[in-house]
Write a protein that binds this ligand. Structure first.
Ligand SMILES: C[S@@+](CC[C@H](N)C(=O)[O-])C[C@H]1O[C@@H](n2cnc3c(N)ncnc32)[C@H](O)[C@@H]1O
Length: 268
C-alpha cells in the first residue's frame, strides 16, 4: 500500500466540486471510470448481480453506476454514498431526468462510516473510486458490514500494478490524482479475507493503458477547446495536465498502475 501524506478529504471534495471533476467527466463521460459501460457490465457479470437485488454504491459520484444497475441488471433499489454535495445534487437531477422512480437514493456521508444499518444490502458496489479513500481497511470493514450474510462485494479500482511503483512515482501520481493512498489487488484481497470474505475474482482488467491512450488522444485533439474552456483557457495548466497524463500513460503501459477488479462473498 502506498500512502501519500498531506492529501485529505477536502482535496478530493475540491476535485469533484470544481473544474477537475468536470474535466474527468468530459474525458470519461457520465460513468467516471475506466471502460465505462463495458467495465460496469464486466463487473456485474463476474459478480453475478441478480435482478430484484438491492445494492449500495460506495463513492457513487452522480450515480451513473446505480442508474446502470437499475436499468440494465434489473436491480430493485440502490443507495449511493458520496461525500461531495455537488455530485449528489447533480445525481438527484439526473435520476429525476432518467425517471428512476425513487429506486435510487443518495446519502451524503464518508464511505468508511455511512451510518447505514448492518447487513442491509445484497451487494456492495464501487467503481474506480475507493482510491480516494485514505483508510482502505476501514472502508472494507464498512463495506462488509453493510452486506447481508452471503452477499456480494464487487468493485473496480485504480491500483498499483504488478510491476510496482517507486516511492517517487507513487508520490507524483498520487499528488496529481489526489489519492491519499493506493492499494494493490493483493492488499484488497487480504483486507477482504481479514473481514471473513471469500474472494472469487482478483485481477488486473488490462483496460488501464488503452483507455489512457484514448483519453490523451481526445484531450489533445477533439476535446482541446472544451478542456481549455473548463480550465479557464489557462495554457500553463493545460501543459501541466498533459505532462501528468503522459506520465500516467507511461506508468500504465509499464504495468505500474492498473485497474483492479475484485469480487468477494461475505460468509453466510
Ligand atoms: C471517480 S468518482 C466515482 C465515479 C463513479 N463510481 C462512477 O463510476 O461514475 C469518485 C467519487 O468518490 C467520492 N469520494 C471520494 N472519497 C470519498 C469518501 N471518503 N467518502 C465518500 N465519497 C468519497 C467523490 O466525492 C467522488 O464523487
Amino acid at each position: 500500500m502506498k500512502v501519500k501524506e498531506g492529501i485529505g478529504l477536502q482535496d478530493v471534495q475540491a476535485v469533484y466540486s470544481g473544474p477537475e471533476g468536470d474535466l474527468w467527466e468530459l474525458l470519461m463521460g457520465e460513468q467516471i471510470h475506466i471502460g465505462g459501460f463495458a467495465s460496469s457490465m464486466d463487473l456485474a457479470e463476474r459478480a453475478g448481480i441478480a435482478p430484484g437485488s438491492k445494492g449500495v454504491d460506495l463513492c457513487c459520484c452522480t450515480g451513473a453506476g446505480m442508474r446502470f444497475l437499475t436499468r440494465f441488471l434489473g436491480v430493485t433499489s440502490m443507495t449511493g454514498v458520496d461525500i461531495t454535495d455537488r455530485v449528489i445534487e447533480r445525481g438527484r437531477d439526473r435520476c429525476r431526468a432518467a425517471g428512476t422512480d425513487g429506486r435510487i437514493r443518495f446519502v451524503r456521508s464518508e464511505a468508511t462510516a455511512t451510518g447505514l444499518p448492518d447487513s442491509t444490502f445484497d451487494f456492495a458496489w464501487g467503481e474506480d473510486a475507493w482510491c480516494y479513500v485514505s483508510d482502505k481497511a476501514a472502508l472494507i470493514r464498512e463495506v462488509v458490514r453493510l452486506v447481508r450474510p452471503g452477499g456480494i462485494v464487487a468493485f473496480t479500482d485504480w491500483v498499483e500494478g504488478l510491476a510496482g511503483l517507486s516511492e517517487t512515482e507513487a508520490d507524483r501520481f498520487c499528488a496529481f490524482m489526489k489519492f491519499p493512498s493506493l492499494a494493490t489487488v493483493d492488499d484488497y484481497r487480504e483486507l477482504l479475507v481479514e473481514n471473513g470474505c471469500r474472494v472469487s475474482v482478483a485481477v488486473d482488467t488490462g483496460r488501464f493503458a488503452p483507455y489512457v491512450d484514448l483519453y490523451l488522444d481526445m484531450l489533445s485533439r477533439q476535446l482541446f477547446y472544451d478542456v481549455m474552456r473548463i480550465i479557464g483557457f489557462d495554457e500553463e495548466m493545460f501543459r501541466d495536465l498533459s505532462t501528468e497524463m503522459a506520465f500516467m500513460q507511461g506508468l500504465a503501459r509499464e504495468g505500474r498502475i492498473a485497474q483492479g477488479l475484485l469480487v468477494a462473498n461475505k460468509p453466510s
